[in-house]
Design a protein around this ligand. Structure first.
Ligand code: BGP
Length: 490
């Protein structure tokens, strides 16, 4: 007993973090074009220009609330914007795909940038250059028998929609996304079999307390409305897929926030349960079961949330349930109601340090057993195929003699793959694994290049200097072996 014969091994990326080419090929602007670089200590900011020419910078939680009226998001002199060039995947995708093929990838997760297809998001006709660009990537992948797994929305709404419509909190954006989603399905259904609608949809509400917003009902009102609108937008596109292309498969995508109670105090047990319901199960339940869970009302009451909905929304949700549950998993955290002073960083969440685990340079816990636990809990609840579409270790790498001895990364991934195998042996229907940032890319959280996840090193630093040349790390050959042996040798 081990992984299925046709298990989908591969790697994952997102358009805004790899492509670059922000002003190439007729692409429209996205917020990330004007997002500064940060670090664990400094949040990423968005720069803007006021109508009188003065400039400023603002934080982003899920909207442009901090940006003054009349100001436009844009480049300001003296700032560096790491996503504008990404790792230049836009121009180098053939070289990169050849390297993925050399590792034996069966699947490659990537995203389509909405703004490359509809630059402002509102156009009647798509940008043909963008449409052709993605087709050529899919064909390149097919050449090597690599299945594309395509995310339609990986954090990058066209800037025009953010500025003029206020983003997904506005119901009109449901229709705009529906149009875009249906278009890419109609266009690429012959070359792309596996799809994801929204990346880490639950982060609209799951990471707010990290920014100290836990007592801000207004922010939660907005977060839950955004989520609702995204659920409906996703469901309508899923229905279109099922009606027209029954062979295709679509997943939701949930940020795998796994947590444990810190103590045996029943208050902690309940707090952890409620935190999982709000941050994790709320979103998964709607997308898998097609309706809001019973506990949703308790959560809405807590923040005094009044959702704007229509009767049709609930029909749409019911008709647009996903075929597979896909998620990211990096680490776990602890939840407590007690006073603590040992907080650590996490994937969009601050948690309390777990003394049984070790932590990465960015404060993320190394918890492979947590992945097994998570897989088993999820499968028990949802009973549909699961796919891990992000997992990996962000670490500082040193390039010496054209390679990186990244034993720490091999150890991290080997530990996680071993636990996946146990979960499979316990009956979990796990169908694939795409490690995050299979090639080094710009960190979403911090904008750093120095937080590297890849099997392939990219010569670019935190200020944007470098040749952008690619180098194989030690983990490159290791992962090749993992795939060759279908996860038997790790
Ligand atoms: C997830 C995102 C990715 C990715 C990853 C790692 O939340 O879906 O886009 O970047 O986390 O996070 P980071 O880049 O902050 O290390």
């Amino acid at each position: 007993m081990g992984f299925k014969k046709d298990f989908l091994w591969g790697g994952a990326t997102a358009a805004n973090q790899v492509e670059g080419g922000y002003n190439q090929g007729g692409k429209g602007e996205i917020m990330h074009d004007y997002m500064t670089a940060g670090s664990t200590k400094k949040r990423r900011m968005i720069t803007y220009i006021n109508s009188d020419g003065t400039t400023g910078e603002a934080t982003y939680a899920h909207g442009f609330e901090e940006i003054p009226k009349g100001a436009k998001v844009g480049a300001v002199e003296g700032y560096y914007y790491p996503n504008q060039k990404g790792i230049d995947f836009y121009n180098r995708y053939k070289e990169d795909i050849a390297l993925f093929a050399e590792m034996g990838f069966k699947v490659f997760r990537m995203s389509i940038s909405w703004a490359r297809i509809f630059p402002k998001g509102i156009e009647e006709k798509p940008n043909q250059e963008g449409v052709d660009y993605y087709r050529s990537i899919f064909e390149e992948l097919r050449k090597y028998n690599i299945e594309p797994l395509v995310t339609m929305h990986h954090f990058d709404t066209p800037l025009y929609i953010e500025e003029e419509f206020g983003g997904f909190v506005n119901r009109d954006v449901i229709d705009l996304f529906e149009k875009y989603g249906k278009f890419v399905l109609d266009e690429y259904h012959d070359v792309v079999k596996y799809w994801i609608t929204f990346n880490e949809i639950n982060t609209a509400v799951a990471f707010l307390d990290m920014f100290g917003l836990q007592d801000n009902n207004e922010v939660y009102q907005k977060g839950f409305q955004i989520l609702h609108n995204e659920f409906v937008a996703s469901a309508r596109v899923v229905k279109h897929m099922h009606d027209n292309y029954p062979d295709l498969k679509v997943g939701n995508m949930i940020c795998g926030l796994s947590s444990y109670p810190m103590t045996t105090d029943p208050e902690d047990i309940i707090a952890n349960r409620y935190s999982l319901e709000q941050g994790l199960l709320y979103s998964g339940d709607v997308q898998v079961f097609g309706e809001y869970p019973i506990f949703a009302q308790r959560i809405w009451d807590k923040y005094n949330v009044k959702l704007e909905t229509t009767e049709q929304d609930f029909i749409d949700l019911k008709n647009g349930t996903v075929d597979m549950y896909t998620f990211s998993y990096y680490s776990s955290s602890l939840v407590t109601t007690h006073e603590v002073d040992n907080l650590v960083g996490g994937n969009f969440s601050m948690g309390v340090e777990n003394k049984y685990l070790k932590y990465s340079d960015w404060g993320w816990a190394h918890d492979p057993k947590g992945l097994r636990y998570f897989l088993e809990v999820l499968y028990d609840r949802y009973k549909i195929p699961l796919m891990i579409v992000e997992n990996g270790l962000g670490a500082v790498d040193e390039l010496v003699d054209g390679t990186v001895e990244d034993d720490y990364r091999i150890e991290y991934m080997a530990d996680h793959i071993k636990e996946m195998k146990i979960a499979v042996e316990h009956g979990v229907d796990l169908i694939g694994y795409t490690s995050w940032g299979c090639i080094d890319l710009v960190s979403a959280g911090t904008g750093q290049m120095s937080k590297r996840y890849g099997f392939i090193y990219v010569d670019k630093d935190d200020e944007g200097n470098g040749t952008f040349n690619r180098y194989k790390k030690k983990s490159f050959d290791w992962y090749k072996k993992v795939i060759e042996t279908n996860g038997e040798v790790v």
